[in-house]
Unconditional design. Structure first.
Length: 289
């Protein structure tokens, strides 16, 4: 299985997101595997990957894969890397550091590809001799956290990315949903998704997004509703931010996101220049100390 999944990942990256290919099959141990990604509810996934089952995790961004075993979890899957080699591969995906950041993944189980999301932080107990100090969580559509029994937006947006549906979501999202999406993308360090919703008056968008990547942790509060008209082309969303900025430390601030669209039928975009200014000013103040 392990030998196969490495080969599979390369084929997956080359073909699965191609707009010209809706579905295809390859074979492993004489078993056909459907290239069609399935966005299944947790109630259905819970039957496909029962406790103690072994399956493969494929990271969408890098194509790297590793094997895991489900150990527990009633609202989502609590899993552990199967071996020390799998732990090493998972840590490589997280650039050598365990992290709570969510990542879009695919689950290869029973010859099916399931859209999912994982974080990369060991916690709780573990039972396998794998060098992984605990377990980590994998969420699917309809999953909730153990503590709050609520859906985790960071996971759910990564699930949409894995399923190839994030563009559809953003196209139909209202201003508050787009603001939340941008903050989730920043929190997860997903530069590709940030680029989908961000605007700047600066010349180099990539450079500005790299500055945003200095935000290591992020929490936010906003109003539950704002006044907006169906035909508005601009709107302001006030937010309170609690950030930890690399080389600067903790920052608590209030700002407003300016959202823009070119027509009532166009998707909303967010000007990130005010956020960049906060990061720049924070770094300047730190250098003066």
């Amino acid at each position: 299985m392990a030998k196969y999944t490495l080969t599979f990942s390369f084929f997956f990256l080359m073909f699965i997101y191609s707009p010209s290919i809706s579905a295809s099959t390859i074979h492993s141990n004489h078993q056909p595997i459907n290239f069609q990604i399935e966005l299944l509810h947790w109630k259905d996934v819970n039957q496909i990957i029962p406790k103690n089952s072994v399956f493969t995790v494929i990271d969408v961004e890098t194509g790297k894969s590793f094997n895991v075993q489900r150990r527990a979890g009633s609202h989502h899957a609590d899993v552990q890397p199967l071996t020390r080699k799998d732990t090493k591969l998972m840590k490589e995906i997280y650039h050598g550091h365990w992290s709570w950041r969510r990542r879009a993944i695919l689950i290869l189980a029973e010859n099916r590809l399931l859209a999912a999301s994982m974080h990369g932080m060991p916690h709780g107990s573990g039972a396998l001799e794998n060098g992984f100090p605990g377990h980590f969580c994998i969420h699917f559509a309809g999953s909730t956290t153990h503590r709050t029994e609520r859906s985790d937006l960071s996971h759910q947006l990564m699930i949409m990315k894995a399923a190839g549906k994030i563009d559809d979501y953003l196209a139909g999202a209202n201003p508050l949903q787009v603001a939340d999406a941008l903050l989730v993308f920043i929190k997860n360090g997903d530069k590709g998704l940030i680029h989908k919703v961000a605007l700047t008056e600066k010349k180099n968008m990539k450079k500005q997004i790299n500055k945003i990547d200095k935000i290591e942790t992020l929490r936010w509060n906003r109003k539950d509703s704002i006044e907006d008209g169906a035909n508005d082309l601009t709107i302001t969303v006030p937010v309170e931010l609690q950030m930890y900025i690399k080389e600067s430390g903790r920052v608590n601030t209030k700002t407003s996101f300016q959202l823009i669209r070119i027509s009532p039928l166009s998707p909303w975009k967010i000007n990130i220049d005010d956020l960049i200014s906060i990061i720049n000013e924070t770094q300047k103040e730190e250098k003066k100390k």
